[in-house]
Design a protein around this ligand. Structure first.
Ligand SMILES: Cc1ncc(C[n+]2csc(CCOP(=O)(O)OP(=O)(O)O)c2C)c(N)n1
Ligand SMILES: [Mg+2]
Length: 346
């Protein structure tokens, strides 16, 4: 089920739980496929961070827009991208959401409102600002959510975007996934203050810090930020504190930098933690087991679909790279500009 803010009660709780499990199984499978040589380049798991993408996307409408990082498989799956076409993209297959041109770091599915995951740290933050500006100018009522890491929060684009977004009251929700690390640099060696959310103050916009391993806390924060954005009150910065369990990416060498800390972090796993709160609230173990079974099956089918899909034909390598010069943009009020194909999809 695609999560929406309309979902309520038991159904919503089970959906949140199941979607986190789909992401967990998806990432475990991606690491396995990488080890078998079926994923080239690398793949960056969001294992342990599932509560952020699921909590946040459950607070958005299906017409809202999201942009994320190379560690963005969870955002894609939480926003409704089919696990089959996402997995096929990781394996660079013709059936992938970008016809195999993007791979693990570059997923895009405009029909689901996923306007791209990005390999360049922070580069998508100003793009998200531009997307939010477009929605504001078109009075579409859409909110744009931009997911990025603690490392990206040190880049200039982040500050420039906060400034313009606050000045123009853009319908933008900036979601920092503070997982404690930028490759091998801990936040203690890269951040001048304990809370990244404090940076919002300097731009006159709200900034909140939430437990990023608590799916309901993330959902609440994004519901409130999205409502404010839709009412014309402008952007919010939400810092979700979480932990990176795994190496930076499958390609990175070595073990987690601090194995003892890694052990502690596993105790903060958002999935069993949410399961326990559902059991405490009266949901049955059988219902949770069924959700887990369905999640595992969904990913099993995705892997099967991807592995059995063809690679793109080498002769088609230029397709989808450049827009035909006569392609209409399709944005009301904008003049047709040859060569710009992306906006056609808005
Ligand atoms: C502009 C830019 N600089 C450096 C890199 C290399 N790089 C890739 S990921 C990464 C760390 C980013 O850390 P963070 O923003 O915290 O995201 P996380 O990987 O923890 O999710 C770096 C430095 C890059 N891809 N782009
Ligand atoms: Mg990080």
């Amino acid at each position: 089920m695609i999560l929406t803010e309309q979902s309520v009660g038991t159904q919503l709780s089970l959906s949140l739980y199941q979607r986190m499990l789909v992401i967990r199984r998806f990432e475990e499978s991606a690491l396995d496929l990488f080890s078998k040589g079926l994923i080239t380049g690398s793949t960056h798991p969001c294992i342990g961070q599932e509560a952020i993408s699921v909590g946040a996307c459950s607070a958005l409408k299906s017409t809202d827009l999201v942009l994320a990082t190379y560690r963005g498989h969870g955002v894609a799956l939480a926003k409704g991208v089919d696990a089959k076409i996402a997995m096929a993209e990781l394996l660079t297959r013709e059936t992938g959401c970008c016809k195999g041109r993007g791979g693990s770091m570059h997923l895009c599915d405009i029909a689901c409102g996923l306007l791209g995951t990005n390999g360049i740290v922070a580069a998508h933050i100003p793009i998200a600002g531009g997307v939010a500006l477009a929605a504001q100018l078109r009075r579409s009522g859409q909110v744009t959510a931009c997911f990025f890491g603690d490392g990206a929060a040190c880049e200039g684009e982040f500050f420039e975007t906060m400034n313009m977004a606050a000045l123009w009251k853009l319908p933008l929700v900036l979601i920092c996934e503070n997982n404690g690390w930028a490759i091998s640099v801990p936040v203690s060696k890269s951040q001048s203050t304990p809370d990244i959310a404090d940076r919002a103050k300097g731009f006159g916009m709200p900034g909140v810090t939430v437990d990023g391993n608590d799916v309901l806390a993330v959902r609440e924060a994004v519901l409130s930020a999205a409502a404010a954005a839709r009412q014309g009150e402008g952007p919010t910065l939400i810092e979700c504190k979480t932990v990176r369990w795994e190496r930076h990416s499958a390609f990175s060498s070595g073990k987690p930098v601090d194995p003892e800390a890694a052990q502690r972090w596993r105790k903060a796993d958002p999935i069993p933690r949410f399961a326990q709160s559902l059991l405490d609230a009266g949901l049955s173990r059988a219902a949770l087991d069924e959700a887990e079974r369905e999640a595992t099956e969904e990913v099993r089918q995705a892997v099967e679909f991807a592995v059995n899909s063809p690679l793109p034909d080498a002769a088609s390598v230029h397709e989808g790279v450049f827009a035909p010069p006569d392609q209409p943009l399709g944005i009301s009020g904008l003049k047709k500009r040859p060569g710009n194909g992306l906006a056609e999809s808005f």
